[in-house]
Structures are given as C-alpha cells and as structure tokens.
Design a binder for this molecule. Structure first.
Ligand code: MG
Length: 249
C-alpha cells in the first residue's frame, strides 16, 4: 500500500513480534521507514514488561529503537497520576511496579488497574471496588479484551476494568490506547499533524478505531490477535494488510 504519512506508529505485540518471535522481516520494515525519512514511534499497552526490557527485546529481534521513540501505557499512567496529584492503589504487574513506587500511599485516592495477572483476585478487586464507591477515580492502563501469546488468545485487563466500572457505576479513564490523550501525546512528540501519522496495529479497537478517533490514519495487520471477524468491523477509512511487511509495497 502507498503510505502518505510523515510518521509511522508501530504497535509492538502482534505487529512486530508475536511472543518471542519476530514477525518475519518486521525489522526491515522499521529500517525502511527510517530510510524513507519517516518519523518512527513504538506504541504499546503492554503492562507486564519494564521499558528497558521492551527496548532490550526489540534490540534482540534486530529492531532499532531509541528510548524516546517508545511510548508505553504505563508511562502515560505515571504522567496522568502526577498531573492529577493522585495517590493510587496500584493493581499492576510486578514487572512495572517500580514505575509507581513514588506514588506509594497508605491512603489511596485513586485506583490504578492494569494487567496484574495473579494479583487480580477477589480481595484486590474488592478493594478497588470499595475505593471507587467512595469516589476514587479508576485509572485503567488499557482496556484490551485479549492479547495473544504464541499459542492462543489470553484474557486481558479490560474484563477486570469493565467489572469494576459495572459494579461501581463509573467509567474508567483509559490512559493507554485507545484513549485519545495517549495518541495526542505520541502525535505531539512527532511534531507533525495527527493526519500525517499512520498507526499500524493488530487490535481493532485499541489501535485502529482509537487512532482514527484521534485523527490519525490507521492500518490493520492480519498477524497477532487479528481475527477474520475483524475485517467486517473495520472502518472504511482504515486499510488492511496481511503483515507489516506489506506496509510499503
Ligand atoms: Mg498488538
């Protein structure tokens, strides 16, 4: 497909890699984007890996990435909590707990909910519910329905976010994709208009619809968590390619 953009935003899992495997030749596509003079950003809702580990993984897979090109939902959460002076009860994965250490508080006035895996149990979710019932805002790192490992689809944090929203009768603030503030922040970092930015993703809601709603262009890949049913729901303004490798074909 011909690309008419100044910046390309690559989702990571499902677009550039699946589990520990590189999507074949995805590293070359990133190199090609750079050689074409395009601004490159990596945008992910991954909340189970530290930033350094994500950059290490990209490096191991032969994908060149600078720290300031990586935009993660947990980092967006840190920014949001700081800007709003919140003291969150943190239900996040142990791999990213360090990002929120400075917010530690015995008297939380917010709930931060991410893909905390085994920490998402009755006691922790009940505490989150009780805080929200007392007026604490619910901050969700993402609201993805599922993610995909090499083997199969896995339940993501969106189901738990929805459970608290439903029980407490509130709406979460989503700081990662598909939230508009997240896309706005990445676009602002590129220095070009949203309409000059192309989001490439495998998640219909998080990547494609979120990007379009924020004024970006969007391309969906048929790798990662893509399912055949997604094609019928794909907005007309989005494009669809078999793999990121076809991005510049
Ligand atoms: Mg993805």
């Amino acid at each position: 497909m011909p690309v008419n953009a100044e910046a390309v935003l690559f989702d990571l899992s499902g677009v550039l890699y699946e589990g520990s495997q590189l999507v074949p030749d995805a590293n070359r596509v990133v190199d090609r984007a750079r050689s074409m003079g395009l601004i490159v950003r990596f945008v992910t809702n991954t909340a189970t890996k530290a930033r350094e580990d994500i950059l290490d993984k990209l490096g191991r897979l032969g994908i060149s990435a600078e720290p300031d090109e990586l935009y993660t939902a947990p980092t967006a959460a840190v920014d949001y909590l700081q800007a709003n002076r919140l003291r969150p009860y943190c239900l996040v994965h142990e791999a990213i707990e360090y990002e929120f250490r400075s917010f530690h508080s015995d008297s939380p006035n917010a709930v931060l909910l991410g893909d905390a895996r085994m920490k998402l149990h009755y006691d922790s979710l009940n505490r989150a519910f009780q805080l929200c019932m007392k007026g604490a805002p619910l901050i969700a790192i993402g609201k993805n329905r599922y993610f995909k490992t090499e083997e199969e689809l896995q339940l993501d944090a969106g189901a738990f976010v929805t459970a608290i929203e439903w029980a407490a009768g509130i709406e979460a603030v989503i700081v990662g994709k598909p939230g508009k503030p997240f896309f706005d922040a990445v676009v602002a970092s590129t220095g070009v208009d949203a309409g000059e930015c192309l989001m490439v993703g495998d998640d219909l809601e998080g990547d494609v619809i979120g990007a379009l709603d924020a004024g970006l262009q969007a391309t969906m890949v048929k790798t990662g968590k893509f399912r055949p049913e997604d094609e019928a729901k794909l907005p007309e303004t989005a494009t669809l390619i078999d793999s990121v490798v076809q991005l510049f074909d």
